[in-house]
Design a protein. Structure first.
Length: 382
């Protein structure tokens, strides 16, 4: 159901009806639930929700639900680091060894800079593939078994252990080399950097310097495995290997911390990216740094342009949209704002890894993909 909220806008009803239809098409393509918001500048012009928050009870989704936003967290963490750069506590081009010599030791720590952590050009490997054989902590695609998801719902991980897995793994590139390779190890290290220079936890630093600065009411780092109500169930299909998909809305998020643990709403995400792109969270000079991009290999294996915790949406319709997407078990989010602030959208879904894998292990196309793409185009172009 849509909520036209801007009476000053010239006859928004036709567009709102189209957005309602596009969102319903995403649900009908196979998602249990999907909810979204579109803004014109500071004006809320549409909110929508389609489908179910809970498939067992039939509870419908609503546009104001809290949701795990995955790697959208990286934009918040990057903004907090840039705030420390602005106050002189961090030098973007200083080696990591200046701040965290024990975590990235030797010549490597001298070669990798803070900037390289932010833009994924450090060459440090993603720790997740090594967590399965080392900690038996995460699903191993090759083993075609998601059992470890259930085994570790309530496991509390030490970020230093996870960082150690990524740092000790074979390098995925040379420091500063292109293309970079997307790695959560980089952002766990940035969390430790924030803790080192502020004397506080990364979560409290990000809350104080970014979340509160943006005046976000429903955004924060979870302090327990459950998400505060109201929220949707979050269903993981694990490429068809969990059938029917299972709810993982209760899960200890210490496995990703300042890389992907944040909980937010679509309204708060639009507010955050709108203010970030307007230069109200970091300075205009810092924002220019965040929007300086280069090629990075994503976790899906595609090459994307990536800056310092921000990336542009690379489609012909995007025309200057910046933001971030994210996935965790059962939950997915995308939030994008046009650089001039004139249009914003954020969308959240409560199913992940709906694609089945082909014989080579690549995800096959699914009707959900096309339906989401159609919604994105309409939300961007109006």
């Amino acid at each position: 159901m849509s909520k036209p909220m801007n009476p000053a806008q010239l006859n928004p009803a036709p567009l709102n009806a189209q957005l309602d239809t596009a969102l319903e098409n995403v649900h009908r393509a196979g998602l249990p639930g999907v909810f979204a918001e579109v803004r014109e500048g500071e004006d809320l012009c549409w909110q929508g929700a389609a489908g179910l928050a809970d498939v067992d009870t039939g509870r419908p989704v609503a546009a104001d639900l809290r949701h795990r936003v995955g790697s959208v967290t990286k934009s918040f963490t990057a903004a907090a680091v840039l705030r420390q750069v602005e106050c002189g506590a961090v030098d973007l081009d200083a080696p990591v060894a200046r701040y965290l010599p024990a975590l990235v030791p030797g010549a490597r720590g001298e070669a990798i800079t803070v900037r390289m952590l932010l833009d994924h050009t450090s060459g440090l490997a993603e720790y997740l593939p090594y967590a399965y054989p080392s900690l038996k902590a995460f699903p191993d695609i090759a083993a075609t078994s998601p059992q470890s998801l259930d085994d570790h719902r309530f496991t509390r991980f030490d970020p230093l252990d996870l960082i150690g897995l990524g740092v000790s793994a074979p390098a995925v590139g040379t420091p500063g080399g292109r293309p970079g390779v997307y790695s959560n190890t980089n952002y766990l290290l940035l969390g430790e950097l924030l803790a080192h220079v502020t004397g506080d936890t990364a979560e409290r630093c990000i809350t104080r310097d970014v979340i509160e600065r943006a005046e976000l009411r429903d955004t924060g780092f979870p302090t327990e495995p459950a998400v505060a109500e109201p929220h949707a169930r979050m269903y993981e299909a694990w490429f068809g290997m969990i059938d029917p998909p299972r709810d993982y809305s209760v899960f200890d998020m210490s496995w990703v911390g300042p890389a992907a643990a944040l909980v937010s709403t679509v309204a708060d995400l639009n507010r955050f990216f709108g203010r970030l792109l307007a230069g109200e969270i970091v300075s205009p000079a810092s924002l220019r740094q965040m929007r300086s991009t280069g090629p990075v290999v994503s976790q899906e294996g595609t090459v994307i342009e990536y800056g310092l915790g921000l990336h542009p949406m690379d489609t012909p319709e995007a025309d200057g949209f910046w933001g971030h997407g994210g996935t965790v078990w059962g939950a997915g989010t995308l939030a994008m704002t046009r650089a001039d602030g004139r249009r914003q959208f954020a969308v959240a879904v409560n199913l992940q890894r709906w694609n089945h894998l082909d014989a080579s292990g690549r995800p096959q196309p699914h009707p959900i993909d096309a339906a989401l793409a159609a919604f994105y185009r309409l939300a961007m172009t109006g």
